[in-house]
Design a protein around this ligand. Sequence first.
Ligand code: PLP
Length: 402
Amino acid sequence: MTLPPNVHDAEPIPAAAREAIDALMQSGDLFRYTAPEDAPVALLEQEFAELIGCKYALAVSSCSAALFLSLKALGLPRDARVLIPGFTFAAVPSSVVHADCIPVLCEVGENYRIDIADFEARLDQDISAVIISHMRGHTSDMDAIMALCAARDIPVIEDAAHSLGTTWNGQNIGTIGRVGCFSFQSYKMINAGEGGILVTDDADLVARAVIMSGAYEHNWQKHKGPRGENTPDLAEAFAKWQNQLPLYNLRMSNLSAAVIRPQLPELARRVRDGLKNHDYVADRLNAAPYFDVPAPLAPERRAPDSIQFNLVGMNEEEIKAFAKSAAEKGVKVQVFGLSTDNARAFWNWQFLSDLPELPQTRAMLMKACDVRLPVRLTKAELDITVDILLAAANETMGRAAA
Ligand SMILES: *Cc1c(COP(=O)(O)O)cnc(C)c1O
């Protein structure tokens, strides 16, 4: 008999990482700036930029650090207003606060994507920058967002923490805005425990971010452009910003890079398996009553490692009973708005001085469910997961009808 799957264990790290780590243990060379060239972190930056299709990449300690550095690298003044979605992880408003800016929240729709009409209305409220959070890998309408922001000359940062491998019109998510930020935390597509990376085509912006990430003195000389080459615009930018910026020391260690690099060639397979598994579960859920898995937008090709669905025709008590029943049967369902102190529910971001109300986003959060689907799950494990969800719904609603 197949048991409900353990959804918290990650895939094993490829064996090649052990050899690289052993070599680092032998040499003790853990700091990215000790070696004159080809440090694992520098190689990771080159490989990642090539993989994703951008000129520059800067590896840092987390995606939160990458978001913070992006805001600082844009040169936003204190109290600049930054528009973010009302459905995101608490790290996003936190990075804005960390950069001495003010988060402004916009509404998110039932399909977990930014409400473009509300976004546009708020864009004209003295907004200096935008962070688009592709929450759980759901891509908002990037064509509309880029057009609206370009018309107002407002820079776009993409929080692609959970979107590595997702494409929009065939282009990698994270390369559409001025800057893109990814995470290597354990629950993302590539797992280093912790870590992040910032990507951009803008030499001046990356030079500022590199220095502020902790490239003190002339360590920026170890940062190169495409294919490891020095580009004149990058050299010029570093010379311009020498000694002009504070150092926040958010660097990545060579150990993390050694864990990440052998996983890059695994990405395409993980994306393929994750999407296949997700769509299989989505089809089975959509065919049953009580479940609605929102469809992707037409230009979007997703890279999911979890599934989100809305419960249909259940009141709050029934939704709670459904989640309890599924948990008892072995599948953990997180209802974003119902789990206590959830970091993705905007009303829990009480560190914000001016916490807004977003009725549409709140309504979505009260019935939106989240179930982890690590890409390694087998079809039998997917089936048992779906069977449990269906049984929990039928049991809850059967009981309600009786
Ligand atoms: C995980 C995540 C983050 C934070 O990433 P860290 O690397 O843990 O800082 C930010 N935004 C989204 C959408 C995430 O999923």
